[in-house]
Design a protein around this ligand. Structure first.
Ligand code: GLC
Length: 635
């Protein structure tokens, strides 16, 4: 009886593959041949189809069942129940087994989605935090074994915890097996990368390729003496860009992607995907071919493992980010999730300016994402904060884009008396004044300085700012991703300056070791860490009680009569929540007429469910305190 049922189940699983393949075959073949000329590459297309079938057979049965479950559930990634944390496994609690020991910590806070930073093998010494990969699926011994990961992912699955891992799709390390073969002269593998015998083509490329790490890795090509060739290295010299104009590279990388997915990974973070296609005469970012390639990955995944979704790590201009959800004929066929880098950078702009006008203008002008997609909303991550605002919008505010960016670098990074912030400039280019910002949330928001000065008032303000920014990412619509350490207000970690492999990369100031001593004292201590932790825990629990926070309807951004106040509304058929924030260090009064105009206070009682207090109107005015953040609902 049992065996019959299981063989019927196996048969139906096989059918699913065939069905999904026939549904998507036309699109897959048109994407493939739009990138790879048909006459020369038909043989590779057949190879791709065989590879897909083989990869499907290798997908573990429990994951195949999960795929079907998820297909039936629809857009599970838009749920208000999801709350994520990003962490470095070694810096969090030593290794994968250590992570397992901390599952109760995630439960306590309400975290059920983890982004684990790279854990696969990488070169010794400098390796860009593991983003230089020696393998896409071999676990680096520092973190444990494949078995440890398999056990952890199984346990995570049994607790409905979602796992996200990186797929460094744009480049490998120079120690990756293909790179090693290329170095020893194997032409086949030299063609897996962009390699050239002289500077002719590299010079042409470099005329328009922007530099990613101008101070530590200038230029976009590196000469390899053993290979006697130049190789394209857009990031660091030890990160070799993969040559996707070669169809074999695509097929091999699809295989690597599936091997990673088959380890029990639910969300794949497509690292640096804007750079996937290179063309002389362009900046080689966001090119149409890159989108076709991502859609091709997506559609193959849709056939082999449709329960797995893709996150676009495209830290590019707002209008370009949206395109990674898929545009035109590709709508819905690229990534399901994208980083909301625009919201993140705009929030930091509002903190520095204490004004919300650029935030408002930028959010209402950017075309909305497709209904099926969702955001990762975040305050800080392991990288720098780029000042990628739309220059036209900055001008619209009456500011000069260059001067405004200089102001932001001054505010966050120059340790000036008028700013509470303690950030560090990243990749400053004196030629054009461009730079980016690094630092932990708490230090950037003034907690470090307030603690040094033992200024209780400033400590309170910093806490209010930390909770306000997190309140926004928890309510905006999408998956909130909290950066590990921020839940206890971790300050900058300056020890990177003494580390030989980290000292030139100030992003390490915000990659601290998790402070378990502080965590152990959370219950007993009455201090800023406890207040931040409890505040965040309360916000997370509240989010999960409000189905209106599921990302099924776009937030409505309301214009504000007061430039310090930011208001957006989340709405479904049953409920409305108004999320109101004051970005100023002063209190403000707003007139009831505005509240009425956006739908509040119409003869009913309204409460802020964060403080649990009813809105109190005096003389037709509502007082909003310094950095106050409210989630307002009808009582
Ligand atoms: C992504 C990562 C970043 C890394 C880069 C190159 O942007 O977030 O940390 O340096 O890719 O892999």
């Amino acid at each position: 009886m049992t065996s019959k049922r299981s063989s019927a189940n196996t048969d139906s699983l096989e059918n699913q593959f065939q069905q999904r393949l026939s549904t998507n075959l036309t699109l897959i073949s048109s994407l493939f041949f739009s990138l790879y000329e048909k006459e020369k590459n038909a043989v590779f297309f057949y190879r791709l189809l065989n590879t897909m079938e083989d990869l499907f057979h290798k997908r573990p049965k429990d994951l195949k069942n999960l795929d079907i479950d998820r297909l039936q559930k629809g857009n599970w990634y838009q749920s208000e129940q999801l709350v994520g944390m990003q962490l470095y496994v070694d810096r969090f609690n030593k290794d994968i087994k250590g992570l397992d020991e901390k599952l109760s910590y995630f439960d306590e806070l309400g975290i059920n989605f983890l982004h684990l930073m790279p854990i696969t093998t990488r070169p010794e010494g400098e390796n860009d935090g593991g983003y230089a990969v020696n393998s896409y699926h071999e676990i680096d011994p520092t973190y444990g074994t494949k078995k440890d990961f398999a056990n952890f992912s199984k346990k995570a699955r049994s607790r409905d915890m979602i796992l996200m891992l990186d797929f460094v799709v744009n480049h490998t390390s120079d120690e990756f097996e293909w790179a090693k073969k290329a170095i020893t002269g194997e032409e086949k593998y030299q063609d897996f990368y962009y390699t050239y015998p002289d500077r002719v083509i590299p010079d042409e490329f470099e005329k328009t390729l922007p530099e990613i790490f101008p101070t530590t890795a200038p230029g976009s090509f590196t000469y390899n003496h053993e290979m006697k060739k130049w190789v394209m290295t857009c990031f660091n010299a030890y990160q070799w860009d993969l040559n996707y104009t070669n169809p074999e590279v695509f097929i091999e990388m699809l295989t690597n992607l599936l091997k990673l997915a088959n380890m029990g990974v639910d969300v794949i973070r497509f690292d640096a995907l804007a750079f996937l296609w290179k063309k002389i005469g362009t900046d080689s970012q966001n090119l149409p071919e890159a989108h076709q390639l991502i859609a091709l990955f997506r559609m193959c995944l849709q056939v082999i493992a449709p329960g797995v979704i893709l996150l676009a790590e495209a830290i590019v201009a707002p209008r370009n980010i949206i395109k990674y959800f898929g545009e035109g004929t590709l709508e819905g066929n690229e990534c399901e999730v994208a980083y909301n880098a625009s919201l993140m950078a705009l929030l930091w702009n509002s903190i520095a300016t204490k004004k919300t006008s650029l935030l408002y203008k930028s959010l209402i002008e950017v075309p909305s994402k497709p209904m099926d997609g969702t955001w990762i909303n975040y305050v800080r991550c392991h990288d720098d904060i780029g000042l990628g605002y739309d220059d036209d919008f900055i001008r619209h505010m009456g500011w000069s884009p260059t001067e405004h960016r200089k102001f932001l670098l001054d505010y966050y990074c120059r340790d000036l008396e008028w700013s509470p912030s303690k950030g560090i400039v990243f990749m400053y280019n004196p030629k054009n004044g461009d730079g980016r910002i690094t630092g932990s949330t708490a230090s950037l928001l003034g907690l470090e300085e307030a603690i040094t000065q033992k200024d209780e008032q400033k400590i309170k303000q910093a806490i209010a700012k930390i909770l306000m920014l997190h309140g926004i990412i928890l309510s905006y619509g999408g998956i909130p991703l909290i950066y590990a350490g921020d839940e206890i207000g971790t300050l900058n970690d300056y020890t990177f300056k003494k580390h030989p492999d980290h000292k030139d990369d100030s992003r390490w100031v915000n990659r601290p070791m998790q402070d378990w001593d502080t965590v152990a004292k959370l219950d007993s201590a009455k201090n800023h860490t406890t207040e931040i932790f409890n505040g965040l825990k309360q916000l997370i629990a509240l989010r999960k009680k409000l189905p209106v926070f599921a990302d099924t309807q776009a937030p409505i951004i309301h214009p504000s009569p007061n430039e310090h106040i930011f208001l957006f509304e989340r709405k479904n058929l049953e409920q409305r929540v108004w999320v109101l924030s004051n970005f100023d260090e002063n209190s403000h009064f707003i007139h009831v007429s505005w509240l009425l105009s956006v739908g509040m206070l119409s003869n009913e009682k309204f409460v802020d469910c964060i403080s649990g207090k009813e809105l109190e109107i005096e003389n037709n005015l509502l007082k909003i305190a310094t950095y106050q953040h409210m989630w307002i609902v009808k009582a």
